[in-house]
Design a protein around this ligand. Structure first.
Ligand SMILES: Nc1ncnc2c1ncn2[C@@H]1O[C@H](COP(=O)(O)OP(=O)(O)O)[C@@H](O)[C@H]1O
Ligand SMILES: O=C(O)C1=C[C@@H](OP(=O)(O)O)[C@@H](O)[C@H](O)C1
Length: 311
C-alpha cells in the first residue's frame, strides 16, 4: 500500500475506489490488460498499484489536453452529419446576442448536458460552447484519453463499475473548471456523487423520443455504446432491438434525468418529418438558459462601460 499512502488525496481516493487487478494499461505499442496479465504473470500488488497510479495521473493530463485542443479549434467538427442549418441572418443575430447575454449572466458557471445515449449531448454541446464562448469537454473522450482505450473496451475488460468510477472522477475534476460546456455520458445521472459535481453548474436534459434515439444509434453503429449489447447495425431488426433496449434504459433513468435544471425537448415532430436542425436546437437551449437565469433572478450583468445586457 506504500504508493497509495504516498499519493496526493485525489489520487488516493481514486486508487482506493478502483477494484484491484482490474485495469487496462499500455505497454509500448501493444495494449495488454491487467486482468489477463495477473493471471499469466501473477503481478505483485505493488506493480499493480503503480499501474493504477499512472492511470490516475493521466486523468488531469487528459483534461488538460482536451482543454488545449478545444481552445485551438476554430471549426467545430461533428462526429456525424446532422442537419446543421445556418439560421436566417436576423435569427442568427438575435441568438448570438442572446448567447452573449446568457454567457455574461452565467458568470463562468459550467453547463452540463445530460440525456440518453444518442440524444445529441456531444453535437449540441460543441455548438453551445461556440455560442457561449465556452470550452467544451466530452466526459467519455476525457476518460478514453486517460485510459488509452475506448469506452466499449473499458466496459468489456474492466466492467461497468470501473467505468462509472472513472466517470465520477472526471466529473469531479471538471467541476473545478469554469466557462465549460460538459457533455456527460448517458449514465452519469445515476450516481448521487455526479450530481454533487453537476450542481455546481447548470444541467440541461436533452429529451429526444426513443424512436429517434434508436434510429440515430443504429445509423451510427453500436460499437461505441456497450449498453446496447453490440447489436449488428446491418441487421434489419437492429433498430427494433435498439428501441427495446433504449426503452428499458429510459424507464430506469427517466426520474434521474428529471433532476436536471432545464429540460429541452425535441419531441413534437411527426413521423417522417425532418429532425429539428442542430442550429435551432442550440437556439432553443440558449433560450431555455436565459429563461432559467431570469427565473432565478440573476441580475442583468453590467460590463465596465455600463452597458446592460438585456436578458
Ligand atoms: N439535432 C440532431 N438532428 C439529427 N441528428 C443529430 C442531432 N443531434 C445529434 N444527431 C446525431 O445523433 C448521433 C448521436 O449524437 P451525439 O451528439 O453523439 O449524442 P450523445 O453525445 O448524446 O451520445 C450523431 O450521429 C449525431 O450526428
Ligand atoms: O448511457 C450510458 O450508460 C452510456 C452512454 C455512453 O455515452 P453517450 O451518452 O455519449 O453515448 C457512454 O458513457 C457509455 O457507453 C455508457
Amino acid at each position: 500500500m506504500a504508493l497509495v499512502a504516498q499519493a496526493p488525496a485525489f489520487q488516493r481516493s481514486f486508487l482506493e475506489a478502483l477494484p484491484a487487478a482490474n485495469w487496462s494499461h499500455q505497454t509500448g505499442t501493444t495494449r495488454t490488460h491487467c486482468w489477463h496479465n495477473c493471471q499469466r504473470q501473477k503481478e505483485s500488488g505493488q506493480q499493480l498499484e503503480l499501474r493504477l497510479l499512472q492511470s490516475a495521473q493521466r486523468l488531469p493530463a487528459a483534461c488538460a489536453r482536451f482543454k488545449r485542443r478545444e481552445s485551438r479549434k476554430k471549426d467545430v467538427q461533428c462526429s456525424a452529419t446532422p442537419r446543421r442549418d445556418s439560421l436566417e441572418p436576423e435569427s442568427e443575430r438575435r441568438v448570438q446576442e442572446k448567447a452573449v447575454g446568457v454567457a455574461k449572466a452565467l458568470g463562468g458557471v459550467n453547463v452540463y448536458l445530460v440525456g440518453m445515449m444518442g440524444s445529441g449531448k456531444s453535437t449540441i454541446g460543441k455548438l453551445l460552447a461556440e455560442r457561449l464562448q465556452y470550452r467544451f469537454f466530452d466526459c467519455d473522450e476525457v476518460i478514453e484519453g486517460a485510459v488509452g482505450a475506448p469506452v466499449s473496451q473499458i466496459f468489456k475488460e474492466n466492467g461497468e463499475d470501473t467505468f462509472r468510477k472513472l466517470e465520477t472522477e472526471v466529473l469531479s475534476q471538471l467541476a473545478r473548471e469554469t466557462r465549460s460546456v460538459i457533455s456527460t455520458g448517458g449514465g452519469a445521472v445515476l450516481r448521487k456523487e455526479n450530481w454533487s459535481s453537476m450542481h455546481y453548474g447548470i444541467s440541461i436534459f436533452l429529451q429526444v423520443p426513443i424512436q429517434t434515439l434508436a434510429k440515430r444509434v443504429t445509423k451510427n453503429g453500436h460499437a461505441s455504446r456497450p449498453l446496447l449489447n453490440g447489436g449488428d447495425a446491418t441487421d434489419e431488426s437492429a433498430e427494433t432491438k435498439a428501441f427495446t433496449r433504449l426503452s428499458t434504459i429510459w424507464k430506469d433513468r427517466k426520474a434521474f434525468y428529471e433532476n436536471a435544471d432545464v429540460t429541452v425537448s425535441i419531441a413534437g415532430y411527426e413521423e417522417g418529418e425532418e429532425e429539428m436542425s442542430t442550429a435551432s436546437l442550440v437556439e432553443k437551449v440558449v433560450h431555455e438558459l436565459e429563461t432559467l437565469l431570469k427565473e432565478r433572478g440573476v441580475k442583468k450583468p453590467q460590463d465596465s462601460t455600463g452597458w446592460v445586457t438585456e436578458l
